[in-house]
Design a protein. Structure first.
Length: 201
């Protein structure tokens, strides 16, 4: 590996590269849990999403090779660093190999495991909605705080079709199904349950 001799000035390209990574590093370190840093716009303006004030739901759309997985890695790694649990449902198995075996992450790729994980996520959602008000339904009642969880479904259209097929063929259309109403319960939640769905498509 070639090294720059001591005292040799940085080239213009190296200076540009070094300066361009200083701000993003700082912005990532300062980003709060609900406002992960997503990148830089024109004029080095920091861009983030606001999962509290805008929406707890995230959708990433783009063709193959446009950087959805890289953007999602940026988002999820910041959230996990700040204490968010993650349920990754990835039938392809290889979309986010960096997450395999990480603490605080459940990575399901077999259809049976994705099915069971969705049923568990729906049950957890229902538990949170039952428990969110500690005392009663009064307007000034204190809302219970839950540990945040991100629920990510890769290739959602294909995954839903495979889940439906599995429920009919493998489970003989018996038992609970996440593909009846609705296919993914957390898609319909509000901020109070702190379960945030993310769908890259």
């Amino acid at each position: 590996m070639l090294r720059r001799p001591p005292g040799t000035p940085l080239s213009p390209a190296a200076r540009l590269c070094r300066s361009n990574f200083t701000q993003p590093k700082r912005d990532v370190e300062r980003a709060p849990l609900a406002q992960p840093f997503m990148g830089l716009a024109a004029g080095n303006k920091s861009i983030s999403i606001d999962l509290d004030n805008n929406s707890p739901h995230t959708a990433l759309s783009g063709g193959s090779g446009t950087g959805k997985s890289v953007l999602l890695k940026n988002l999820l790694s910041q959230r996990m660093h700040n204490g968010t649990g993650t349920l990754m449902l990835d039938y392809k198995r290889v979309s986010h190999r960096w997450m395999h075996n990480l603490p605080g992450c459940v990575y399901a790729w077999r259809i049976a495991d994705i099915h069971d994980s969705l049923i568990a996520a729906g049950a957890e959602l229902n538990r949170r909605l039952e428990d969110v008000l500690l005392e009663d339904n009064a307007a000034d009642a204190v809302m219970k705080q839950f540990a945040p969880v991100d629920v990510v479904v890769e290739e959602i259209n294909s995954t839903i079709k495979l889940l439906q097929l599995s429920w009919v063929v493998v489970l003989d259309a018996s038992g609970p199904t996440p593909t009846s109403t609705p296919p993914m319960p957390p898609v319909h939640l509000g901020r109070c349950a702190t379960m945030s769905p993310c769908v890259p498509a």
